[in-house]
Write a protein that binds this ligand. Structure first.
Ligand code: 5GP
Length: 135
């Protein structure tokens, strides 16, 4: 079944659109974390980021960069987070790859709250594990 974002892309569900290209669309989140909360969505429906065609990710990043600049400028150069929730455990609810651009001010809740220092040894082990899967 088509994702809710595919339905927005084809126009069968309305959205408040910012801009679109042949490959991507940007529209405002219906339940914004902050004014200007924008979603950046590739038109090709893929569930997970790593399953996207690498060329499509490059195009998506160029589009994201352009829209992020406009969102920030629209609110006086506001700071913002760029977030991609990839998979259910990461908070993904719509199973169609998308980035969030979320404006942040002094009053915004902080992300990365639950952290502790790691030893270099632990970090080396983790990096080694990740490098095994590079291709
Ligand atoms: P996720 O948790 O998957 O990263 O984020 C999905 C986002 O899509 C949520 O922030 C949610 O508010 C937004 N969303 C879900 N359905 C709709 C919709 O029909 N229209 C718009 N504009 N946003 C939606």
């Amino acid at each position: 079944m088509a994702s809710i974002f595919s339905k927005i892309i084809e126009g069968s569900i309305p959205s408040v659109k910012i801009d679109e290209t042949e490959n991507e669309i940007a529209f405002l989140d219906i339940m914004p974390c902050a004014e200007g909360h924008t979603l950046i969505v590739p038109k090709k429906e893929v569930e997970r980021f790593e399953d996207m065609d690498p060329q499509d990710t490059a195009s998506l990043m160029v589009f994201l960069h352009r829209i992020a600049k406009a969102v920030s400028s629209a609110f006086g150069g506001v700071d913002y987070n760029v977030i991609l929730n990839n998979g259910v455990q990461a908070g993904q609810e719509v199973m169609h790859v998308h980035y969030h651009i979320i404006p942040r001010t002094e009053r915004s809740s902080r992300m990365f709250g639950n952290r502790k220092n790691a030893s270099t040894e632990e970090l080396q082990k983790t990096a080694e594990q990740i490098r095994k899967f590079l291709n």
